[in-house]
Design a protein around this ligand. Structure first.
Ligand code: ZN
Length: 294
């Protein structure tokens, strides 16, 4: 039910997608040393981000830009932009002490990607982030290290396989995306037969049928309940104030029924596109596997 509602909301807002990636420099205060630092903020993005190479790790903008990790050149505190300021007073104090002998103050704001990653890994290990955090962060690292250092990317892939197999990492449409990622990381490590097995498993998951069934269930439940209330109203078993309440609920029922009927085709169209999107990625990866082996 929750999923169906989510699709309906997505269908509603997806008509209003902007088509430009807006990046702007802004000042933020480092929570550790309290110096003012320059960081990047992302204002908006377009649907084209889903076609970038990071899609093979199911990673999307701004995480495909190493500057999504904000870093303070003064104290070396580094964290993903969305978590940078979210520290308790205790964590701030502990990190201040921890980072003191691990960083040499830099004057240049332009810090390399690897330094950003290394410092962020150090900070997040210190903060003892949970496996769900690492399952996502690790995938981001894999994407970047595919280019920086493929051997290191493979090490991250080994860790990621263990996390994915333990159901760590919150994934969208995970019945399809989890086996896909297991296939992709096994492919990276040269476990080609295993990769094919996972890719097939992912390809066979039909997100459309699941959504159609969910929508049908919501529609039928709504129709049944509204019908029942109309029946009660017609039988005049209620007193006048109760009839007013009943009429209001019936009106709300009919209204939500209309909304479901209106939004259902959009929701199905949307999930159709997502199912095709994942299948295209899977086929592209399978193609590499079969081409490499010839
Ligand atoms: Zn700082």
């Amino acid at each position: 039910m929750k999923k169906v509602l989510l699709f309906l909301i997505v269908a509603l807002i997806s008509t209003n997608i902007s088509h430009a990636t807006l990046v702007g420099k802004e000042k933020e205060q480092c929570p550790i040393c309290e110096r003012e630092i320059e960081v990047l903020h992302w204002a908006s993005f377009g649907s084209y981000i889903y076609e970038r190479d990071s899609k093979y790790d199911l990673i999307y903008f701004p995480f495909d830009d190493p500057r999504f990790i904000w870093i303070c050149p003064n104290c070396g505190y580094a964290q993903t932009y969305n978590l940078f300021l979210k520290l308790s007073e205790k964590e701030k104090k502990q990190l201040r002490g921890f980072l003191a002998d691990k960083w040499t103050t830099q004057t240049d704001d332009d810090i390399s990607s690897e330094t950003r990653f290394n410092q962020a890994i150090l900070v997040n290990k210190f903060l003892e982030k949970d496996d769900h955090f690492w399952a996502l962060f690790n995938r981001i690292l894999i994407y970047h290290y595919r280019k920086i250092n493929p051997e290191v990317a493979k090490q991250f892939a080994q860790t990621e396989i263990k996390l994915l197999k333990r159901d760590k990492g919150k994934l969208e449409h995970e019945e399809k995306t989890r086996p896909y990622l297991l296939g992709e990381y096994n492919r990276m490590l040269g476990n080609n037969d295993l990769a094919k097995k996972y890719f097939k498993q992912a390809f066979d998951v039909d997100l459309i049928a699941e959504t159609q069934m969910g929508l049908l269930a919501v529609l039928l439940i709504n129709m049944f309940l509204t019908g029942l209330l109309v029946l009660l109203w017609c039988k005049k078993i209620s007193t006048t104030p109760k009839r007013v309440i009943l009429s209001t609920i019936i009106f709300a029922g009919i209204l939500s029924l209309s909304a479901i009927i209106y939004l259902a085709p959009k929701a199905i169209g949307n999930i159709h596109a997502q199912n095709d999107y994942y299948n295209k990625i899977i086929m592209e990866r399978l193609k590499i596997l079969y081409t490499d082996q010839q």
